[in-house]
Design a protein around this ligand. Structure first.
Ligand code: ATP
Ligand code: MG
Ligand code: FE
Length: 341
């Protein structure tokens, strides 16, 4: 089954074709992402109305481009998957409207995919993918969650952030040290030049039981350190390194505890912060030590993309699930409500 996937929940337009007849990563026939980062940069954050309008401009050309790269025409498509939520309602409606209309015109089934299920399943696109049960760490711009995955579609929330998401903490911390928008990846890059240990920040909520996170206090610690230092380029890198180490350590400690709680040794990691090199290395080391493994998607499939939506939708479509003719946009949507596959 060849499934066209469409992602438009926030500021990335993503399109992909996943072919379930091909094994593993070969199934991803083509994928393309158009990022609106430049459009929103001057506002320092995503402007919802501008995001919707840009999805309108970019989506159809991106679908044509992706199909051409896959060597396919619309007639080859057997199903359409789109992000139905959670996300910005106007942005979601653009993808949902185009996806549902296309499926209607081609007389193929359509399915609205949960954006976080898309992120969660992204590691399984890669070759040698693990099978559930496993624990998933979702670390994106809007979410930080530990999820026990008993089967595809059966998700139990083990813990989540009480305030800022990990990606949000990276972005806000970068901003307060004067790095350009969006700061997360820039802060990570700067941290590579930083001296480890010169700035030591806390590992929030690791001194007590429980699997929830809190990252907003870390941001305040950085604010004070930055205010009171010489503000040279080297010191900025050293603070960035201290911050990154604090986030990475905190995530790794909680992941270890989540694996203990779930009674398994396989961890899958997804969401934009999953692209962070130091986090990847730390989690691989932590899992190997306990005789398990940590699985990640390639960095381009950590941040928002159409491939994860095509893949998650394909798993459900192949199982015979699909939606009715309605265009679905669900701005708030709990992943625990999803049906099993
Ligand atoms: P959500 O999926 O929760 O709605 P989102 O889609 O905006 O949020 P993603 O696209 O998954 O989030 O990830 C974007 C986030 O990942 C940003 O906050 C960004 O700063 C962060 N990020 C991307 N690359 C890195 C990196 N190398 N190190 C740390 N953070 C990173
Ligand atoms: Mg984004
Ligand atoms: Fe996302």
């Amino acid at each position: 089954m060849k499934v066209l996937g469409i992602e438009s929940s926030c500021d990335e337009t993503g399109v992909a074709v996943y072919d379930t007849a091909l094994p593993g990563a070969a199934g991803l026939r083509a994928h393309a992402v158009y990022s609106q980062i430049a459009l929103h940069a001057e506002y320092g954050g995503v402007v919802p109305e501008l995001a919707s309008r840009d999805h309108v401009r970019k989506l159809l050309p991106l679908i044509r481009q992706t199909l051409a790269e896959a060597g396919l025409s619309t007639a080859d498509i057997d199903g359409v998957a789109y992000t139905a939520g959670p996300g910005l309602v106007g942005a979601l409606l653009v993808g949902a409207g185009v996806a549902r209309s296309l499926a209607w015109a081609l007389d193929v089934p359509a399915i609205g995919v949960h954006h976080m299920e898309g992120h969660l399943l992204a590691p399984l696109i890669e070759d040698d993918a693990p099978q559930p049960p496993f624990v998933a760490l979702l670390v994106s711009g809007g979410h930080t969650q530990l999820v026990a995955v008993d089967a595809i579609g059966r998700y139990r929330l083990l813990g989540e952030t009480l305030d800022d998401a990990a990606g949000e903490a990276f972005d806000k911390t970068a901003k307060l040290m004067g790095l350009p928008y969006p700061g997360g990846p820039q802060l990570a890059k700067l941290a590579e030049q930083g001296v480890p240990g010169r700035f030591k920040f806390s590992r929030p909520m690791t001194d007590r039981p429980g699997l929830d996170f809190s990252f907003s206090g870390l941001k305040t610690q950085v604010l004070l350190a930055w205010r009171d230092c010489d503000q040279t380029e080297q010191t900025r890198a050293d603070i960035a390194r201290g911050f990154e180490d604090a986030v990475v350590d905190t995530l790794a400690i909680k992941c270890g505890r989540a694996l203990d709680a779930a009674g398994c040794d396989t961890l899958i990691v997804a969401g934009g912060v999953g692209a962070n090199k130091r986090l990847r290395a730390k989690l691989v080391e932590m899992c190997e030590k306990r005789g398990g493994r940590a699985c990640f998607p390639r960095p381009a499939l950590c941040t928002d993309n159409g491939a994860m939506i095509a893949f998650a939708g394909a798993l459900r479509l192949v199982a015979g699930q699909h939606d009715d003719a309605a265009i679905r946009a669900v701005p708030r949507w709990d992943m625990a409500e999803l049906p099993a596959v």
